[in-house]
Design a protein around this ligand. Structure first.
Ligand code: FAD
Length: 416
């Protein structure tokens, strides 16, 4: 049993958060990470090298190519510092990180090693900023992070950290795009809400995980459909599109994301999909169709954007769905090309034409610049619009009071 004394010693950060001047920690952390930012690349490279020398078994948790992951870890630290004075957001973010890290095989002992080595490297790179006060703040902050993450992971220990899935369908809809159907094994079902995304890993590219939106919400919930576009030079997407076939095995992480069917509250939905941004929208629409006409359902217009007609890889299925669903209208939008300042305007302009005058939910998913453009137009022209993008572009993020369940820990979805 934990004594009050050992509990106090185990979480010194809680003391610092309850100190009369809690901003000191937030401000000091933010200043420190802002100062480290210009050298973050070298700092993270040296940190991971040090970690793997001191903890050789931890090397096996990380992918061979570490470049993107190093940047993500620094970004996560900056976000923790930014959220530090918002206890609810911080606890949520750390809890999500902890649950997500279970799929790498992270256990309690790894946190301490990770943070000890991180502190040692920040001390080197912090140089003149590494004062005894900074050290105290950093140590307290990392202890708090460790405690919150450990608690969250412990609470989830009866849940699988990941699921094994068989590829039971693989359709090449375009040379660079495939629709994959997975059957998820396991006694505990993979629980998801239509509109969420999962992380996927392939034994062909060990220990590398990428997020993909679930595109289905059919009656067989252990079957997931994904729409994957191969990015030239991409580490995983090309493998999933070009080298994966029926019978292969993939690993699936837990579902996340706040742009779900439950977020819809009005009677009208405008859904704007660019490229594979259709996936979460299709999942939401399928779940509404499955709910049946006896349930109150919103009227949904889906704008299906692509660069050419041939790129509208799911138009036939979406049209068929609309033919059987009186609540659904599907409008293909082909973009003739960028304007004189290099912007693609077809989808935002179509969104403007279809924005209803009254209260409505606007779902938007696709390339970041399209998400930004549509979000801006919806905010300007339809004050009653409720915007859902997962995550929202930075200039449209909700205030803490209105923050959805997932404040967005993944950067902008990159659907094309
Ligand atoms: C929440 C979320 C949901 C997502 N859902 C889907 C989905 O349903 N379908 C889907 O296909 N993808 C989706 N993505 C993107 C996906 O997670 C990967 O980022 C993408 O497949 C590229 O992975 P990769 O390993 O092949 O490329 P990486 O090895 O990660 O990247 C290689 C290079 O390509 C660049 N790059 C990465 N993505 C793109 C892009 N889209 N366009 C241009 N350059 C790029 C990188 O910056 C890097 O320089 C989603 C991402 C997020 C965050």
């Amino acid at each position: 049993m934990t004594s009050p004394e050992s509990a106090r010693l185990a979480s010194p950060a809680r003391e610092s958060r309850e100190s009369p001047n809690p901003e000191l920690t937030a401000e000091a952390l933010q200043r420190l990470f802002a100062a480290l930012e210009p050298q973050s690349h070298r700092l993270m490279a040296r940190f991971f090298a040090r970690l793997f020398v001191h903890e050789p078994t931890m090397r096996g948790m990380f992918p061979l190519a570490m470049g993107a992951l190093r940047a993500q870890v620094f970004d996560a630290l900056v976000r923790v510092a930014q959220d530090w004075d918002d206890e609810e957001a911080l606890a949520f973010r750390l809890g999500e990180l902890a649950l997500d890290h279970r799929k790498y095989g992270v256990t309690e002992q790894h946190y301490q090693a990770f943070f000890d080595n991180l502190t040692a490297m920040v001390a080197v790179f912090g140089a003149s900023r590494w004062t005894p006060e900074t050290q105290q703040v950093m140590t307290a902050a990392l202890n708090h992070v460790r405690d919150v993450m450990t608690d969250a992971a412990r609470r989830a220990q009866d849940q699988p950290a990941w699921w094994v899935a068989d590829v039971i369908g693989h359709q090449r809809r375009r040379p660079d795009l495939a629709v994959l159907t997975l059957r998820v094994d396991g006694q505990t079902p993979l629980d998801y809400r239509p509109g969420q995304h999962v992380s996927i890993s392939s034994p062909r590219v060990p220990r590398l995980w990428r997020e993909y939106s679930i595109a289905s919400a059919g009656p067989s919930r252990d079957e997931l459909t994904l729409h994957v576009r191969a990015i030239p030079g991409g580490a995983l997407s090309g493998t999933l599109v070009q080298h994966t076939e029926v019978g292969d095995t993939l690993i699936v992480g837990r579902a996340r994301g706040a742009m779900t069917v439950d977020a819809l509250t009005t009677g009208t939905v405008l859904a704007v999909a660019g490229g594979t941004g259709l996936a979460p929208i299709k999942s939401i629409v399928e779940s509404l169709a499955d709910a049946g006409a006896s349930q109150p359902r919103p009227a949904v217009t889906v704008l299906l954007g692509a660069r050419t007609e041939a790129d509208l890889y799911d138009l036939a299925e979406m049209t068929e769905l609309a033919q059987h669903s009186s609540f659904l209208q599907v409008v293909p939008v082909v973009d003739a090309g960028p304007d004189e300042v290099g912007q693609r305007r077809a989808l935002p302009e179509a969104a403007l034409r279809h924005l209803p005058p009254g209260a409505c939910d606007v779902l938007v998913c696709g390339p970041a610049e399209m998400v930004r453009a549509v979000s801006r137009l919806a905010a300007e022209h339809c004050p009653l619009a409720r915007l859902h993008a997962d995550p929202l572009p930075p200039d449209n993020r909700p205030t803490p009071a209105a923050r959805p369940a997932d404040p967005g820990g993944h950067g902008c979805p990159i659907h094309r």
